[in-house]
Design a protein around this ligand. Structure first.
Ligand SMILES: Cc1cc2nc3c(=O)[nH]c(=O)nc-3n(C[C@H](O)[C@H](O)[C@H](O)COP(=O)(O)OP(=O)(O)OC[C@H]3O[C@@H](n4cnc5c(N)ncnc54)[C@H](O)[C@@H]3O)c2cc1C
Length: 387
């Protein structure tokens, strides 16, 4: 594969770099899992959208730039290198939007994509339930047909829904045909989080902020216009989202390459004297570069018309374990100072915050144990284990 950029790609990267240098906030925004931080991050989404940098790979009609997958990766590299804030609109943009483009009606695309792109409406993913995480097909929340009103009535509970504490809308799976087998009879719904009958109960993460919420549904009416894909076809629709989440769209390499570069700087400032720590820094930095190159190889395959399929699980295991390693190495370099918070804390406490979040990488988007089963069976062709 030729890794040299062509003129269009170079121009795109340079334009992104210049815009980000001018617009990325000089100091970090407050944590997005607080009411204040959530609003500050929404405002940032609006700034990004005004510059048409919030959804570069989308069509221009929906505030995008029709950018190629490679350009999107280049943008992400520039974004993280410039220290761009975490994206509060991410669940909508990377998990729901691809599904809206593939399965949504023209009306749904018209209604939802632009407010998603400019941060007016923030979406939460409502899939997991107390007894249905890894085994998603065990979900129990129901959707009952309401012919008279032309829609469905939702009941049940979802949990671990990121952003739901402050978000505006949710997308989720419900069992619409209790007589059908597990994966059948599920339907994919879009709904407002302030609808009558919806109760959102925030759950704090390790850092104490309400990064998640439980969502309770009590006779919540959703019209047919907000069914995504065909009724009963929710599993197939949802699995397209799962592929996006585990594969490329959630974790472009720019994020890890930028962290690896920051780790290298930290090592230069603090690491002298420990060869063992130096080796860990080098290993993490090399792994970030390897992930970048693997991503380019994946891009080349997609451009040749091949699908990523179960290889997305290799990606997911790799980026999530790399993220933990990068942060653990930084904490080892900082020693006891890594625990400091507030004024005077090294790097504003960002390595500890990043570490706490990195710990969740092997869990969300499908736990790594399950991803390893997928790799073993579908990529390596090993026999199915006992379960
Ligand atoms: C930071 C974060 C954000 C999240 N955001 C969202 C969100 O926005 N929306 C949403 O719907 N959900 C979200 N989740 C939930 C997430 O998808 C689930 O936690 C995940 O699917 C695992 O499900 P579980 O927690 O029920 O664990 P379980 O399924 O109960 O698994 C427990 C353990 O058993 C292992 N295990 C289970 N089955 C097998 C098997 N067959 N083989 C080997 N090992 C197995 C698992 O790997 C895991 O280690 C989020 C989670 C985190 C941590």
């Amino acid at each position: 594969m030729n890794l040299d950029l062509d003129d269009r790609e170079r121009a795109f990267r340079d334009e992104a770099r210049a815009w980000l240098a001018e617009h990325v906030p000089a100091s970090p925004l407050p944590n997005m899992d607080t009411a204040e931080g959530f609003e500050a991050h929404r405002e940032w989404e609006a700034v990004l959208a005004a510059g048409r940098w919030s959804v570069v790979s989308w069509p221009a009609a929906y505030l995008g730039r029709d950018a190629s997958l490679l350009e999107w990766v280049l943008f992400e590299e520039e974004y993280y290198r410039a220290g761009g804030p975490a994206r509060v609109a991410q669940n909508g943009i990377s998990l729901l939007a691809p599904i809206l483009f593939e399965y949504g009606t023209p009306e749904q695309r018209e209604r939802y994509l632009r407010p998603m792109a400019d941060g007016t409406e923030i979406w939460a993913q409502a899939w997991s339930e107390p007894e249905a995480g890894s085994d998603l097909a065990a979900l129990r929340a129901t959707a009952a047909r309401d012919e008279a009103r032309g829609g469905w009535v939702l009941n049940g509970q979802k949990t671990w829904s990121s952003r739901a504490a402050f978000a505006h809308r949710g997308f989720g799976l419900f069992r619409s045909d209790p007589s059908a087998r597990r994966h059948k009879g599920l339907t994919y719904f879009l709904f407002p989080l302030d609808a009558e009958g919806v109760t959102v109960r925030p759950i704090p993460k390790l850092d104490g902020h309400p990064g998640f919420a439980e969502i309770f549904f009590e006779d919540v009416f959703v019209p047919d216009a907000d069914v995504l894909g065909a009724p009963g076809d929710g599993w197939r629709v949802a699995m397209s989202t799962a592929g996006n989440e585990r594969g490329l769209s959630l974790r472009a390499p720019g994020r890890f390459c930028a962290a690896a570069d920051r780790l290298l700087t930290l090592w230069k400032e603090r690491g002298a004297g420990s060869a063992a720590l130096g080796e860990r820094v080098a290993d993490a930095w090399i792994a970030a570069q390897a992930y970048r190159l693997y991503t380019f190889a994946t891009l080349a395959r997609i451009e040749r018309g091949e699908s990523v399929g179960a290889d997305g699980s290799v990606n997911k295991i790799f980026w999530s374990e790399l993220d933990v390693r990068l942060h653990e190495t930084a904490l080892a370099l900082l020693g006891a100072e890594a625990e400091l918070r507030g004024a005077g804390a090294p790097c504003d406490g960002a390595w500890m915050d990043g570490y706490l979040f990195a710990l969740s990488g092997p869990i969300y988007a499908g736990t790594n144990e399950i991803q390893r089963n997928i790799v073993a069976e579908r990529v390596l062709g090993l026999p199915r284990g006992d379960r």
